[in-house]
Structures are given as structure tokens and as C-alpha cells.
Design a protein around this ligand. Sequence first.
Ligand SMILES: [Zn+2]
Length: 438
Amino acid sequence: MRFALTALLCKALSIAGKLLGGGTDLPGKIALKMYPRVMKKLKFDGKVLAITGSNGKTTTANIVAHVLRENGYSVVNNELGSNMTSGIASTLLCACTLGGRIKADYVVLEVDECYSRFIFKDLRIDYYLILNLLRDQVVRNGHPDLVSTKIVEAIAAQPEMTLILNAQEPISQNLAGDNYAVYFAMDRTERSTDNCVSGTHDAKICPRCFHEMKYEFFHYNHLGNFACTHCDYQSFHPDFLATDVDFENRTITINGEQISVTYNTTFNMFNTVAAAALALTAGVSMEEFKKGVATFGGAKGRLDTFDFEGRKVTLMMTKQNAASLDQSISFVLEQAGDKSVVLFINNVLYLDYKDISWLYDVAFERLHGKVKNILCTGNRALDAAVCIKACDFDSRTLHYENDLSKIKEAFRNTEGDIYILAASAFGHEGKIIEELKK
Ligand SMILES: [Zn+2]
């Protein structure tokens, strides 16, 4: 009875929230207040897939859910990324019957790396994909090593769970413990580098013996083939290996099978290998994966292209961490033609701890001589401008405008195609688009 009432209230609040445009977390938050261990009461015969990591979890979870749906499987997932305990509770309580039964073939959950340990106490997880651990919202999360200790706690709660781990990321590759694990990796691509070109490198030393780590190549940040200079810790032999990554023709070969994809960024190619490793380990066939991924339309709201007075504008959502923004800069640098970058930095909400220190970890220097202008805007325009100034950009290149009502004029003062790199929260980046379309 207590469960049925909690689930009913959660469903009602969720419907009301949708009508009123509220967040997806609140119904779950209230449900957990009413019945803290409510998720323990859920009954589900299908497979539960959980995905975490500093970067790429929304996209990867959405790829996997899309692949499953395209092949006729029924899926429950938190596709908009409400990935803490309350968001997961909302998703599952809205999907179950009043008796607690979830009627689907798969549950696919994006989970926050620090909250997995709370969620896994009450919810059976069959497969757990850990994409990577990178410096991310340090004020909230701490260093990746600290995050890894929280993930170890989550894994300890699920001894039967299969892990899917990244053989090119030293911190998370090390987390299997006694659980069964499979590994994924991506061969060197034309964009790989011999040295780390990103602003951050969080695994210069071995997580096992603390001696220097050597890398054969880097995909980005500290992701690449590694080997310790002191002990035998190194990239494991991958069960799922991507080869022949063709960015131009948008194909990738995984375990010898060529797969067509709908994107051409390095991180999404890597996300594809991770998604394949998870889906195939969880029982999807390679044919089903190929069919599904070929029609994946991208993570909702992460990349958008539109026209502004005859100029091409690309809006890219980035996470509020250096690795994500460094990847967006790599994407900009890969595009042909004259271009300008608009930095829309808008984290002023309580949840973000108002922290912009991570901006100083971004390798903005890579834009020197490659872009016409850098326009800083959003509520933190001046903070961003100070950061860009510290990277030695002159006043002809560096512009700022923190009044969004004047953003059109500011855009007119830039040259070439425009790339908006938006580190924003809760859809606030939509405001810039509204202003441009007025
Ligand atoms: Zn070592």
C-alpha cells in the first residue's frame, strides 16, 4: 500500500511537472522522502544497464537505448539525464505498475558517478559501463581519484554485476576488483596525438604504484594507450576494439565489423565503441547494433545548427569541465573556413557552486591564429574574458557582451562561421537562440 501510494504520487507529480514545465527530479525527491528504500520494491525481469563516467554518459546511454528501440525492444530510460538518485527514482516509479512491476525488456540508466553507490544499494544492476574519469566540477566531485573510491563502493554493492571498462583510461580501468569485466578501446586515429594537447591530464602517474605513466598516443586528455614505467599496469587487451575510424565517411570498425554512424567527433566515436561493448555484452547482436546506431539522431540538445543573417551557427553544449570544452575546441579546429567562437558561460546556479576555476584548465591557446574572434557572453562573460585575456588574445580578437539583448550586434562584429560553446545548465542556452531569432 505504501509503495502504491508513493508510485501514484510520483506519477501524478510527474504529469503535473510536465504540464508546468518543472524538472524531472522533484517527483522522485518527494517519493524518496515518503519511502526512502522505495526502489528496493521494484520488480523487473529484464536487464538493467547503467552508464557512468565524467563525460559522454548521456550520449552513450541514448545510443544504447536507441539501438534497443530500433530493434523492437521496449526500454525504460532517463533520456534527459536526470541521473542522481531522485531522477532515477522518478524514471522508474513513473514506468512501473502500482504493484511495482516494470514491464520492459531493458532499463537503461545514465547514473551520476558519485551517486551510483546510493542507487546500487537498492536497485539490481546487471551491467555497469564506466566511460572515463576526468576532472569534472571539482568543487562538487573532488579529484577523479576521489570519485573512483565512490565508484568502488557502488561496485561492492553488486558483486554479480558485469563491468564494461575503458582500456585506455588508467583510473577507471583499474576498478574491476572481483567483478567480471570486459574492456573496450579505440585504435590510434588520424586525430590522435603523441603528446597530450588538452589543458588537463589527470593520470600522469600510475594509480597502482604512483610512478610515471607513459602513453603511446592520446585520443584526448589522458585517454590513450598507456603503460606504467615501474609496475606491469598497462592498457588491457580489449574485448571490443575500434579500428579504421573514418571521420570523413563516418564509419568505424568494431571487432572487424564496419559500422556507419551519424557523427564525426572523436568523443562520439569513442562513445560508440563503449556503447557497442555494453550492448553486445548485454545480449544485443552486432547486426542489431549496426542497424540501430546508423539512425541515431544525437543526444538531445547537445548539438544544433542554424542560420544567423546568412552565417552558419553551430551551438555545442559542453559540460562544465575542461575536458568537454577542450573537445569542443578540437571540433572547431577541425572545421574548414573562417570562424569565430562564442563562449557562453552561464553557471551561476547553486548546483554548480558558481565555480569557474575549470575555465583556467582549458587549452584556449590552441585557438591562437585559428579563429577570427572569441566573443564571451552569458552571466559569466567577464570571468571568461579574463581567462581568455590571460591566454594572450589581443583586444581585436577578444570581445565580450554580457547583455543578451545586445547579442545580435555582438555577433555582427564577429567574422566567419560561428561556433557557440555553451557551458550552461537547465536549458539556459536557449536564451541566446531566442535573442538571435528575434
Ligand atoms: Zn605502476
